[in-house]
Design a protein around this ligand. Structure first.
Ligand code: GDP
Length: 258
């Protein structure tokens, strides 16, 4: 499957993150709880690797809770902190705050040892388009979206938003384009609405969804489309769905595009 590339934007986004990374202690990398590993971008991870990194499995309301826990465990085993949230409702935000505090603990202790004032943790939100960066930021900052203003000398005009007395977020999320390394990853990103509609073939994506559901969650095909016989090709199942829904083109042919 071909995915459109945006080299111009990529370069700019990358440069922006490289500049801003110097100003923060912690980077929260947003991924989609439904397919967190498909949303990873190793290039981005390399840029932020000198900082404390927390993977945020966003949209957990759309994922199976037990699978989300397994994914968190996998991130932990790879040496990363990871936590899940539903940024739409705010469920999980307390755990996110706790994880940020934990990630900042070493630095806090270091400041204490050196007899310095303990300052707030500075955090950046980064991730691919549509992953929920703005929603996440709004969810944590909420009504307190009061800008704390630029800090002369260190922030070069950057705006910060305060979550609590001890945590501030950079108000501009780091945007990164997805790095698509396999056809299957591209199909997943299409289903997650991360790559734009123009970048993929909808028919191909639909067939992939049907074959995944047949293998992993046949009940969904049964409940939503009343498909009983799943021992067919994905093409045939897609036709069955079109028939069920009465999607026909002129002449009575099935309209699978619809
Ligand atoms: P951004 O491009 O990364 O800033 O993404 P947005 O914050 O604009 O979110 C993209 C879409 O995902 C929007 O339609 C949001 O409402 C939706 N969204 C964001 N976070 C969540 C979440 O935790 N759960 C659900 N169900 N939707 C979310």
């Amino acid at each position: 499957m071909s995915i459109n590339w945006y080299p111009g934007h990529m370069v700019k986004a990358r440069r922006e993150i490289e500049e801003n990374i110097k100003l923060v202690d912690i980077v929260t990398l947003l991924v989609d709880a439904r397919a967190p590993f498909s949303c990873r971008n190793m290039e981005l991870e390399k840029i932020v690797s000198k900082k404390k990194v927390i993977f945020i499995l966003n949209k957990m309301d759309l994922a199976l809770p037990e699978t989300t826990l397994e994914y968190i465990d996998t991130f932990n085993k790879q040496g990363f902190m990871a936590v899940a949230i539903d940024s739409s409702s705010g469920k999980g935000s307390r755990e996110v705050i706790q994880t940020i505090k934990l990630a900042f603990k070493d630095q806090e202790e270091d400041m204490l040892r050196r007899g310095r004032r303990i300052r707030e943790a500075r955090v950046m939100v980064a991730g691919v388009p549509n992953i929920g960066k703005s929603t996440f930021l709004n969810c944590l900052v909420g009504k307190k979206m009061a800008k704390t203003g630029a800090k002369p000398g260190i922030t070069r005009g950057k705006q910060w938003v305060r979550v609590r007395d001890d945590i501030e977020f950079m108000d501009t999320p780091g945007l990164m384009w997805p790095k698509v390394q396999s056809a299957e990853q591209g199909l997943k990103l299409a289903l997650l609405d991360i790559v734009g509609e123009n970048a993929y073939d909808e028919y191909e994506v639909a067939l992939y969804l049907i074959s995944s559901l047949t293998a992993k969650a046949p009940q969904i095909l049964h409940d939503n489309f009343q498909l009983v016989d799943l021992e067919k090709s994905s093409e045939r199942l897609l036709q069955d769905i079109a028939r069920r829904r009465g999607h026909l083109v002129k002449g009575g042919e099935l309209d699978t595009d619809k």
